[in-house]
Design a protein around this ligand. Structure first.
Ligand SMILES: C[S@@+](CC[C@H](N)C(=O)[O-])C[C@H]1O[C@@H](n2cnc3c(N)ncnc32)[C@H](O)[C@@H]1O
Ligand code: SF4
Length: 373
């Protein structure tokens, strides 16, 4: 019997070290000390061989990557040593990058040198994602970040000088936004003069124990701030193509779109999450051993996942992909109401959320769950 081998063409790598641990951040990371980097490389090698076995068992193989994303943590801290480690790993594992590979490296201001950026570019990095968060010194302090505004400008100036493609991360909904009169548009306008091709704008989410929880802005403020930014970015030619993401046409992150389209995306590194779409398996790497927790999705779970992720992106969902003819009839008033409230654009067979709808995505998806096949 012939077995089809699926090609895994997207890979996420998690680099788990940061100079300092920002007090709002829930991602897996630690401050490196002593021999941590070498130990990480040994740990990573082990994950690579476990991953290869897992892929084989599930009839997948990874040889040519079309998207590669190194996130963290602070991957720019991995530096020249990281680029060299991965170069050797790719050689050993016979992993190559496609000619048009979208290879992203997350960079924190103040954690790179010209030499390290050159090494990453030589490895094949084609775009950088710069974690700015705010351009105001007081907010960087409130956010417990260790970079300063000058570090941000140094990095943007250097990206422009070398003609690098880059995205920027910004945060909304910061503590004391009202009393300190945060003017998000004036911060963004300064950044936009460096012409990022892509922007990610995250609303600060704070888990229990966050020291400024009491000072976070109210829902109404969040809505106003988010919509103000979305409308402005759209008015100057950026597409609001996903809940938190904006891009110049054609510059959407192909890597992240793969997640949202429920395509296969491999993962390596502590806490990294991968997904094999044909096998309907999701795996999450443990942080203390080269093992992962496996989740097998049944058809119902896959259907909910496709609905939730489909509505996150600007192409929206094709109704017949998700609902039977009877369900579609039952849903007519729901989609009409969404359209009337400016939450969605509803056409014959497609529904797409507007910026206003994306802001309340979770609630809207809940309304649909009860109708799904
Ligand atoms: C995990 S970080 C990794 C990149 C880099 N270390 C940085 O901080 O920019 C990726 C993005 O997630 C954002 N992020 C982390 N914790 C968050 C939270 N609680 N709410 C909203 N965004 C958050 C960061 O601010 C950053 O823009
Ligand atoms: S630098 Fe980024 S990953 Fe590290 S703690 Fe801060 S937000 Fe989290």
């Amino acid at each position: 019997m012939d077995i089809t081998i699926n090609k895994l063409e997207s890979l996420y790598i998690h680099f788990p070290f940061c100079r300092h641990l920002c007090n709002y951040c829930d991602f897996y990371k630690k401050v490196p000390k002593g021999n941590d980097l070498n130990e990480f490389h040994t740990f990573f090698d082990e994950m690579v061989s476990k991953h290869k076995e897992f892929l084989l068992e599930n009839h997948y193989e990874m040889d040519t990557l079309d998207t590669l994303y190194i996130g963290g943590g602070t991957p720019s801290l991995w530096g020249k040593a990281g680029a060299e480690y991965l170069r050797q790993l790719f050689l050993r594992e016979q992993i190559t990058l496609s000619e048009s590979c979208e290879f992203t490296l997350e960079v924190n201001p103040g954690t790179w040198t010209e030499e390290s950026i050159t090494a990453w570019k030589e490895l094949g990095v084609s775009r950088f994602s710069l974690g700015i968060q705010s351009l105001r010194a007081d907010y960087l302090k409130i956010l417990d970040r260790v970079h300063n505004v000058e570090d941000v400008f140094d990095t943007l100036t250097y990206f422009n000088k070398i003609g690098a493609a880059f995205s920027v991360d910004f945060m909304l909904g910061l503590p004391w936004s009202v009393s300190r009169e945060r003017d998000i548009l004036s911060e963004l306008k300064e950044i936009l003069s460096f012409e990022p091709e892509h922007l990610s704008l995250y609303i600060l989410t704070a888990k229990g124990g966050y020291p400024h929880k009491k000072n976070l802005p109210e829902e109404d403020f969040l809505e106003e701030e988010y919509l103000k930014v979305a409308e402005y970015l759209k008015s100057i030619g950026y597409k609001h193509y996903e809940v938190s993401n904006f891009a110049k046409p054609g510059k959407e992150s192909r890597h992240n779109l793969n997640y949202w389209k429920t395509s296969s995306v491999g993962a390596l590194g502590p806490s990294a999450v991968g997904f094999l779409s044909d096998a309907k398996k999701r795996y999450k790497w443990k942080t203390s051993s080269a093992e992962f927790a496996l989740e097998e999705l049944d058809s119902e779970a896959m259907a909910l996942e496709r609905l939730y992720l489909g509505l996150r992106v600007d192409s929206g969902i094709e109704k017949s992909d998700h609902f039977s003819d009877e369900e579609k009839v039952a849903l007519v008033p729901v989609f009409q109401r969404w359209q009337a409230e400016g939450l969605a654009k509803d056409s014959d067979d497609r529904v797409k959320l507007t910026s206003k709808g994306l802001l309340v995505l979770d609630g809207l998806v809940q309304q649909l769950f009860s109708y799904q096949k």
